[in-house]
Design a protein around this ligand. Sequence first.
Ligand SMILES: NC(=O)c1ccc[n+]([C@@H]2O[C@H](COP(=O)([O-])OP(=O)(O)OC[C@H]3O[C@@H](n4cnc5c(N)ncnc54)[C@H](O)[C@@H]3O)[C@@H](O)[C@H]2O)c1
Length: 459
Amino acid sequence: MKISIIGTGYVGLVTGVGLASKGHQVVCVDVDSEKIKKINAGQSPIHEKGLEALLKKALAKKLFSATADLAFGVQQSAVTFIAVPTPSKKNNDIDLSYVKKVSQDIGLALANKKEYHVVAVKSTVTPETTLKIVLPLLEQYSKKRAGTEFGLCMNPEFLREGSAVDDFTNPDRIVIGQLDAKSGDALVDIYKKFKTDLVRTSLNNAEMIKYANNALLSTLISFSNEIANIAEKIPGANAFEILEGVHLDKRLNPIHSGARINPEVLSYIYPGCGFGGSCFPKDVKALAAFAKKKKYQAPLLAAVLDINKRQPLRMLDLAEQKIGSLKNKHIAVLGLAFKPETDDTRESAAIPIIKELIARKAKVFAYDPVVNVNSKNSHFKSLAIELPGSLHETVKNKHACLIVTNWKEFEKLTPEFIQKEMANHLFIDGRGFFRGKQNEEINYLGIGLGKDKKSTHLS
Ligand SMILES: NC(=O)c1ccc[n+]([C@@H]2O[C@H](COP(=O)([O-])OP(=O)(O)OC[C@H]3O[C@@H](n4cnc5c(N)ncnc54)[C@H](O)[C@@H]3O)[C@@H](O)[C@H]2O)c1
């Protein structure tokens, strides 16, 4: 099938390259000419495992190309996916300006096309957006009727950054919201080589499935953090052990043939310094804002967001417990990406942590194995932080070290190095990274860990 994808970011590029790898002819469209140049040269503009290799293969097979010409993309294809951003607005609603703009542009392109064409929204949009905003714009600008002259679908994406290529090519499900059966059939055809569960449903349900899914996972994280925050009040308590005890409930972790299946959902039932990324915070906020517009207050979602907003700053509270005021203290922050294996820093817990450290007049030294702090849209460029450039230099001689992202590389920090090179040997672990591995000589505090035995105050 000939496919065009509008928006060549994490979702659009992975979708494009993934569909080309299944034999489809794909053209990706973006307004960012630098990105297009890079992609056509076989370079992935994002850090995503396996993406560049798959991109190179697709280009070599001539199954994939990128362009800035949206009308050309639509003309060249039978199905167009919309994969542009839907960022949060100040009122927590989503900004639909990108989706509206491309709906208009696709509409104009459709006006000049004779053949039946299907438009599929892949961007995460709140219920009724596809039906009440995208459809009318497509009709208005194409002067064609949805359902007869063109088809419309809502096909939410569930890939996770860091494992996006594998998630896309081996999905756990494909959800196809369809205006009518003919629209849905086109997407079923595209995905026929994917062996997974297929959900065919309404446009509104498809939009809501995505939000319900992300709200559930975010709720598990905030629930775990609530338990951790309570556990910290109990001397010697350990929220990891507590939640791992919960994990053994056979309704969460069934036993099959005498062995636990250890489902991945358990990884969301751990304490930490909060969830980030381009999806969870934005999607929970958007769902709460949508509910409010529908005159439902959504108290659970409000609590999930409230806990998550406070959680990163608990790292600073823990540091202050040990070293008092952070003024003029030298603090290392390890990890800027919102999670390992990605360079995405959107809503990363490192952002509020660093901003608050600066507000409390600490001197901040940061390190991340892949994030480019000086990139165009960097969240850290304008912040007064030092970048010593290596893990060990970042940690050396600092009063405290905060682990914000659990990058594997941080395992290189041996207890011997910390003891020899770090002023106070103070580690604040926001991800349970070193739990069980800490050395008696290291001052180790973590989210969800009750006060340690040596509650000495360090200066
Ligand atoms: N990133 C994820 O893990 C993920 C997962 C599932 C769903 N989503 C959703 O998918 C959508 C896209 O997210 P993303 O992370 O890929 O965004 P992104 O910011 O990485 O990429 C979006 C791309 O769209 C391009 N763009 C903007 N306006 C355009 C226009 N008028 N024409 C052509 N291109 C245009 C931008 O230049 C950018 O390259 C969002 O709604 C997001 O919520 C994201």
